[in-house]
Design a protein around this ligand. Sequence first.
Ligand code: SF4
Ligand code: SF4
Length: 335
Amino acid sequence: MSDRRTVAFSKNSANLFFHILTECNLNCRHCYINPEQHGKTRVPLKTIKSWLDVFSDGDPAPNLIFLGGEPTLHPDLAEAVQHARSKGFSSITIDTNGFLFHDILNKVGPEEVDFFSFSLDGATRKTNDAIRGQGSYDTCIKGIKKTVSAGFATSLIYTVSRANLAELRLMPALLSDLEIERFFIQVIGLRGKASRSGGKDALQVSRSEWLQTIPPLAKKIAARDIIVSYPKVYLQPEETFECAGRVAQNYFIFPNGRVYQCPLCEDLPIHSLQLKDNQLIPTAKLNESDLFELNIPEGCVMNKLIQPDNISYAIGGIPEYKIGCCLLKEEIQAK
Ligand code: SF4
Ligand code: SF4
């Protein structure tokens, strides 16, 4: 396994999630991209460079993640990577659905891109394609194999929902076969398309399903020398709640210049920063950063606002547990 870095979901980390476009060739059931809120244009290369410059001298140097939409649909992605590399970002990752457009593997090298991060939402073609679309499984698997053969490190993101929870048990073997180095487990949330359908998809897994499945599975995968990250979601009463908006630096940039610090805020015009004339400007109050300051017994304020069904209360109205920050995850690896 390489010692390359990529996105870090930990306290004091710095990550720049740069959505260089919102267009995509797929139409996944739970896609969180919201063009009405995020813009519909491709960010021109000149602007990509200027915006990267704005963030490049952060302390600590941020991990940079290019994403979309599907970022490899952007014809200038390779040049954007090369510019970023010259600017001293801590690591560079490209998130992709596996289609790897514009011959990207031949335009960048493993010395420029630390990780290609693929999204797969099922261990089998049937389950993945029901969520992500016909043909997406085969293309993603082919893309991973090609990327590994070209000498790149790869990671995999799996968004857990009721539709694919059962298939997680097949993932350890698949990850090993594909020589994946890092596995990121995400929990389906009610934003983007999932929220616009009124959450009626009933895709969210229950607390007991999550707790019974995810931590033991993560251990199993880590034993295969694959680093696993997963959100704890449900904190025990004795665990300290922290909001990444206060203890880490995460910036989610969108083509319309909005910059959010919390992904759960992205469906609302409450971004705390805006890129204007290539300058980063704080937005007027109230905005997401005012929410980060609130201390509530339920933990994450945004979770309480947009998915209150995740919380249950004991007699007397006391929450039975806190909801942790989705940007601060458990990371486990073999000793
Ligand atoms: S690949 Fe990503 S951006 Fe494209 S539709 Fe699926 S979730 Fe959305
Ligand atoms: S998910 Fe919740 S805890 Fe995390 S940054 Fe957003 S508001 Fe804060």
